[in-house]
Each structure stands twice: as C-alpha cells, then as structure tokens.
Design a protein around this ligand. Structure first.
Ligand SMILES: [Zn+2]
Length: 308
C-alpha cells in the first residue's frame, strides 16, 4: 500500500500540473470577437496561422447587415469574454452603447478610424418624428468596406488593434496584414482598370449599401429602392424609382442576394430595365478570400451591365 501511494503521488501531481497548465492555456488564449462578416474576414486573414488566437463571430445566427440586429444575452457574454471586440464602426453597431454601459472594461477595436464618412441623407417625410430610425444610426452610411481603399484602412486599423491587445504576436499580425493589403491593392487596381472605360455608369441599388463603392469607381447611384432594409418598399417609393429610371435612361437595377427583390421586379416590368445582383459582402463562406471573390464577381456583373 505504502509503495502504491509512493508511485501514485508523483503521477497525481503530474496530472494536476497538467490540468493547471491546461486551464491556464485556455485563459491565455487570445480571442477576438467580430461584429459582422466583412470584419470577420479581415480578422481571419490577420490571424492566419497564428497559434492560440481565435476569431469568433458575435452571432452565429445573424447574417447580413446589422441594421435590424438585436443583441442577445449570449452575444453580450461572448463579447465580454473576448480579448477585444472588433467592430466596423461608422454607426453600424448601433447597440454599442448597450455593451459599453454594461462593461467598460471591454476593449473595442474600431476599424473605421480615419475613414472619411459619407452622410446618410434622410428622405423620410416623417423624420421630424422621434420614432424615425434615421436618428439611431448616427447619420453616416456605415458600408465603408465596399470601397477597397477604405477596406485597406480597415485592415490597418484592425491589425494595429490586434497588435496592441496581443503584442507577442505583433510581427505575425503585421506580416499577414501586409500580405492581405497587397492582395486588396491588386484587386483595386484591376477594378479601376476594368471599370474606367465605361462612360455611362448610372445605376439603381436595392438598399443603401454602395455609396462608398460607387464613389471609388465613379458610379452614379441615382436611386435606392429600399431605405430601410427589412421593411416592404412602399408603392410611393416604387413609383419614384420608376420615374428616376425613365428620366435618366438607367439600364440596370441591382438587387442584393440577402434581400428579396419583388419591388425590383415591379420596377423592371414597368421600365424594361435589367435586374442584376450586386453582393454587399455581408454574408458568405468562412474562407479567407471571400471578400476578394465577391468583389471579383461584382466586377464581372458590372461589366456585363455597363456594356448592355
Ligand atoms: Zn446595410
């Protein structure tokens, strides 16, 4: 018996040491929670092959823009447990106050820092009304990532934030960010080259996702079908868009894969305009090149639409 306990004791202490270090390892794991899809893709690229670093999505159930997002307790807990919460910024996360009120310790990495924002014009007749959503989303258009130029700034900001949270891996983050920025720069040059030649670039889009994209590539968005995603487009809005299409000789209307396009179909039927799909890159696979693939696809579609 005595002999057994003599053998068992060191085994036990090895086991407990293992448990202890196992436990510590879990606590030491760096984990970044990202608020939305384009931010998730950036963080995944920067953390590529960096050991002990996890990139999580704030909510697995939500896909699309965050306009109608309701923060659940589970999401909040996940954010509280993170090393840092990486956000798009520019007013996209209109639930941010709720998070910082509950927990002031949370480190927030804002990807929009230094990007010049486009004001969100409000054309609601009832906007004097305090109930109007326009007062909630900060009056800036948050879809900054759809301009590759802005997207490169977002990569830089997120990289700087991740480096300050986890300085031990700073070099690896910087290396990955540099590789990713170079890929985006190539994409940007290609898109500029291929879109430059088209003279008439007037379009109608579905929700107000593309002003940064349009500004970068000299595209004119003459109408937006649905100003409040998730809500039905009113007959009045449809009629207004039909008039814009007819008056400006617009050739293409762009819907988005994340939303139904019954209003677009009505407008197309009335005007003979073609419907295409532009992807605002708010949903998709978890692969590192998802943003680039989506933008390449958008480029292909625009070239078809503009050459009609
Ligand atoms: Zn949106």
């Amino acid at each position: 018996m005595k002999l057994l306990s003599k053998i068992a004791a060191p085994i036990l202490s090895v086991v407990s040491l293992f448990m202890l270090t196992g436990c510590n390892k879990k606590e030491n794991t760096i984990n970044f929670v990202t608020s939305c899809y384009p931010i998730y893709i950036i963080a995944m690229n920067i953390a590529n092959d960096v050991d002990g670093v996890e990139i999580k999505k704030m909510s697995e159930n939500h896909s699309g823009c965050l306009h109608d997002f309701q923060l659940q307790t589970n999401d909040l807990r996940k954010i509280e447990k993170s090393s840092a919460f990486i956000i798009n910024g520019a007013g996209m996360e209109n639930f941010l106050d709720k998070i910082t009120e509950e927990n002031q310790e949370i480190k927030i990495i804002d990807s929009s820092k230094g990007i010049s924002l486009i004001g969100e014009e409000c054309d609601h007749d009832d906007c004097e009304d305090e109930e109007c959503d326009c007062h909630d989303h900060g009056n800036f258009n948050p879809h900054i990532w759809l301009s590759p130029e802005n997207y490169m700034i977002q990569i830089k900001n997120i990289c700087e934030g991740m480096k300050s949270v986890d300085p031990g891996n700073a070099e690896k983050y910087q290396h990955n960010a540099d590789i990713y920025i170079n890929k985006i720069r190539d994409l940007k040059i290609k898109m500029h080259d291929e879109l430059h030649a088209f003279k008439s670039k007037n379009i109608i889009t579905f929700h107000n996702a593309f002003p940064y994209f349009a500004k970068e590539f000299g595209i004119n968005i003459l109408g937006v079908i649905n100003h409040e995603p998730g809500e039905e487009t009113s007959a009045k809005e449809i009629l207004e868009t039909i008039n814009i299409v007819k008056q400006n000789g617009i050739k293409a209307i762009f819907t988005e894969p994340q939303y139904t396009d019954s209003a677009a179909k009505t407008i197309a039927k009335e005007t003979g305009i073609e419907i295409y799909t532009l992807d605002p890159c708010v949903t998709g696979g978890n692969n590192k090149n998802a943003y680039i693939d989506t933008m390449e696809k958008n480029l292909g579609i625009l070239k078809i639409a503009f050459s009609e």
